[in-house]
Design a protein around this ligand. Structure first.
Ligand code: IP8
Length: 252
């Protein structure tokens, strides 16, 4: 049975210009699109991961994760955002179940080292939709943040996902002249990375880190695409395997 991973980027489910602003209507529409796609693709398995947006990144910028209280506040911000996402997904009729990421993965300095995927596998077998999110991790070295993008790579590889869709508020990656790059492949990937700058707002590195994660995922043979979630039915069409406007990554 095929499995896809959807990363609901913070840029689409929150207003990144504000602070702690959840985009309820957009999230509800995306949840409905996922539901409609699953109704057509019976039996398809799905994992949903969401980013931090104006919750996690704003909290990390404000409180930092140097001490326990800062880390606790950032975790709380992600917890709040996760509840909003869960509300949107379950209201659309999706059996979404959150797995607190720092209980699934072990990470050091922002990098996942190992994971216990037994519960996630059991949830998938029971037709649930596991939901995870970028999170703060604690270990002997202190606190660190792992992006949901890295979880998409780890889970995609370990559970042999067919597709990873990154829902964002843009069509994809653009070249130096503002033209959409339709496909990132072995030939052009170095040039593509050169077009993207690191973000100061995103504590996990913004678009550049994201594209690096997408390249990594596509190099293990998984189809990767950036899907513009602001365009109606784009995410639904992506899940249904229809042509979408966004950038795709083809290394396999
Ligand atoms: O938006 C960031 O996750 P991402 C999570 O997936 C935090 O990179 C806590 C800022």
């Amino acid at each position: 049975m095929s499995m896809d991973i959807i990363k609901l980027g913070g840029s689409i489910i929150t207003n990144k210009e504000g602070k702690f602003e959840f985009r309820k209507e957009t999230a509800e529409r995306l949840a409905m699109e996922i539901k409609e796609a699953l109704e057509k693709e019976k039996g398809k398995k799905l994992i949903i991961i969401h980013g931090g947006g104006s919750f996690g990144h704003a909290a990390a910028n404000e409180f930092g994760i140097k001490d326990a209280l800062g880390a606790a506040k950032v975790k709380k911000a992600m917890h709040e955002l996760n509840l909003h996402v869960l509300e949107a997904l379950t209201s659309a009729g999706l059996p979404a179940i959150t797995f607190q990421p720092s209980m699934v993965f072990e990470a050091e300095k922002g990098k996942i080292k190992k994971a216990n995927l037994n519960y996630i596998k059991a949830a998938l077998d029971a037709n649930c939709i596991p939901v995870l999110y970028g999170d703060v991790f604690i270990n002997k070295q202190g606190f660190s943040i792992v992006s949901g993008d890295d979880m998409a790579y780890f889970l995609g590889k370990a559970l042999k996902a067919e597709n990873v869709f990154f829902a964002a508020n843009v069509d994809g990656v653009f070249d130096g002249k503002g033209r959409l790059i339709k496909e990132v492949n072995a030939k052009n990937h170095k040039d593509v990375l050169g077009f993207i700058r690191r973000s100061k707002k995103d504590v996990t590195g913004g678009m550049r880190k994201k594209v690096e994660a997408m390249l990594k995922i596509s190099k293990v043979g998984i189809n990767v695409a950036i899907v513009n979630g602001s365009r109606e039915n784009e995410l639904k069409n992506a899940i249904l395997g229809k042509e979408i406007r966004g950038t795709t990554f083809c290394f396999g």
